[in-house]
Design a protein around this ligand. Structure first.
Ligand code: PEP
Length: 257
C-alpha cells in the first residue's frame, strides 16, 4: 500500500455553533490550514443553516465544507429533508452518511445509508460513509462482522466507479465523544479489514481515504494517522476549537514528512 496517499481531516460540528462563533472558527481554520501546504486536505461539515456562512468564509481557501447528512431522495414531498443538489448550491463537497448518531437516534438502516451514499455520489458530493461497532459488539468479537455488513450494504448500492469516490470513516461507537479513543493498533486492524473489503469491490481501493473517528485529539492524532491504512480523521469535539483542530491537521502533515 502506498504511504503517500494524501491525508484528509474533516470536522463534524454536529449540532453546535452560532453565527458569531462560527465566523471566528472558520476564519481561524482557513488561515491555519493554508499554512499546512501540500498533502493534507481539510474539511468541515457544518449544520445546514451555516452552509452559506461556510461558503462565504471558506471559498478561495484550502478548506472544503459539507453537511452531516443528506436525503436519499433527489427532491419531492420529504418534509424536513435536504437534497444533495441543495447543498451544491452552497458549494458543498462532503456529506457524512451513516453517522452512528443517525443510525441510533433516527433508526437509519444500512440500506438507507447506502441509498444516501449513492444519491450523494450521483449529485457530485463525496459521501463520508461512517461505520462502527458498539462496545458490546466489540466485546463479543463481532467488530468485523458488524462493520463488514455496514460497508457491504453501501457497496451493494454502488458501481465500481462510485465505490472509488467514497470516503469511509471507521468510528467505533464506544469511542465517539467519550474521550476513549481506539488504540492505533486497534484502529489499524479495522482499517486494514475495510481496505480488504473495498478491494473486493473496486480496483482503486488503495486510493479510497479511510478516516478514523472517535475522540481524536492533538495528543493521539499523530500515532493514529501514522498507521499504514489510516488516511486521516473525522473529528467531532476537537473540531470546535481551532487550535485543537489545526493541531490535528498538523499531525496529519507531520506523518507525511
Ligand atoms: C464524531 O462524531 O464523528 C466524532 C468522531 O466525535 P468525537 O471526535 O467527539 O469523538
Amino acid at each position: 500500500m502506498s504511504r503517500q496517499r494524501a491525508k484528509l481531516v474533516v470536522g463534524n460540528w454536529k449540532m453546535h455553533g452560532r453565527m458569531q462563533e462560527n465566523a471566528v472558527l472558520l476564519t481561524e481554520v482557513a488561515s491555519g490550514a493554508s499554512a499546512l501546504r501540500n498533502g493534507v486536505d481539510v474539511g468541515v461539515c457544518v449544520p445546514y443553516p451555516y452552509l452559506a456562512q461556510a461558503q462565504a468564509l471558506l471559498e478561495g481557501s484550502v478548506v472544503r465544507w459539507g453537511v452531516q447528512d443528506v436525503s436519499a431522495h433527489a427532491q419531492g414531498a420529504f418534509t424536513g429533508e435536504v437534497a444533495a443538489e441543495m447543498t451544491l448550491d452552497f458549494g458543498a463537497t462532503y456529506a457524512i452518511v451513516g453517522h452512528s448518531e443517525r443510525r441510533a437516534y433516527h433508526h437509519e438502516t444500512p440500506e438507507l445509508v447506502g441509498a444516501k451514499a449513492r444519491r450523494a455520489l450521483e449529485a457530485g458530493l463525496t459521501p463520508i460513509v461512517c461505520v462502527g461497532e458498539t462496545l458490546d459488539e466489540r466485546e463479543r468479537e463481532a467488530t468485523e462482522q458488524v462493520i463488514g455488513a455496514q460497508l457491504d450494504a453501501v457497496l451493494l448500492m454502488l458501481n465500481e466507479e462510485q465505490a472509488a469516490r467514497i470516503v469511509v470513516a471507521y468510528e467505533p461507537v464506544w469511542a465517539i465523544g467519550t474521550g476513549k479513543s481506539a488504540t492505533a493498533d486497534q484502529a489499524q486492524r479495522v482499517h486494514a479489514f475495510l481496505r480488504k473489503k473495498l478491494a473486493e469491490k473496486c480496483a482503486a481501493a488503495a486510493e479510497v481515504p479511510l478516516l478514523y473517528g472517535g475522540s481524536v485529539k492533538p495528543e493521539n492524532a499523530q500515532e493514529l494517522f501514522g498507521q499504514q491504512d489510516i488516511d486521516g480523521g473525522l473529528i467531532g469535539g476537537a473540531s470546535l476549537k481551532s487550535k485543537d483542530f489545526l493541531a490535528i491537521c498538523q499531525a496529519a502533515r507531520t506523518v507525511l514528512q
